[in-house]
Design a protein. Sequence first.
Length: 307
Amino acid sequence: MVQAQNRCRKEISTKSGKTNKQDKVNKYKQKVIQHLETEEIPTETNKKWEFTTNIIKRTAMEILGKKPQNKNINIHENEEIKNMSNEQKKLKLELESVKNVQARKEIRKKRNNIRNKIKIKLGSIEEVKMEEDLMKIERKEGNQKAHEAVKTIKRLKPSKALKIFDKQERMVSSEKRKVDLVTEHFKIIFEKQKQEPIKHYPPCTNNPPFDENEIEKATKKLKNGKSTGEDEISAELLKHAPKEIHKLMAQILNQSVESDDYLETLKTGILNILQKPPKKGMEKKINVRPIILLSIIRKVMSICVIG
């Protein structure tokens, strides 16, 4: 009987979750259409794509809100911990200025008591967060449960700082200096390769042209949960977008091919780097792997062309 009730609760919860999601998808589509009908769409290619991405992002914020970022506990996020932290800092300064031995002993005792309270409070916050993570894993079914557990472990695992060395084999700590060295590193690598100059192709008739159905099919092939490019549009926002957005994207791509009004985001990307395991004798050299984060419309175009 208990098992049957639990199964029934799970089914109701699952159906309720799917219903809520579908409601949000429908509201998102309707709101996008409403914005497109009430706002003037630019004619120039780059401005038209900027307009499209702004509509998508603005509507997503209106319907879904901003997703909370998964961060380590920050004392400034909890008012009680923040107040206790400030109080113990004041006691620390007071301790440094007081000369009387007995008074110093009392201040130190009071400060240690506050620090212990901070630790206890942080521990309780950690426990609540852990309970939330466990409940989230428990709500999943089958293979999704293992996938959610792995995702949670990866999120909790602290990220390692990128190790970058200069020409004198000294480790660099400044983020700006790291960026400069990595940029210079890849510039030298790319210049070494003997590549033919990029050809300039004049505008031509796109036959057959991109159409909204082709764009919609391509969005369905995009992978969820991937890092976004400079347009900051995720695959999910395009998959659930109305046909009007897919029609606009088809117009933008056709316009870019058939005129001199080229969409600049098609040839740009964000350079992201990953640390590679150091090889023997290369421990103090720049040892990274580049990853280019492309805009979503570039990914869609690639799927259409290749497919």
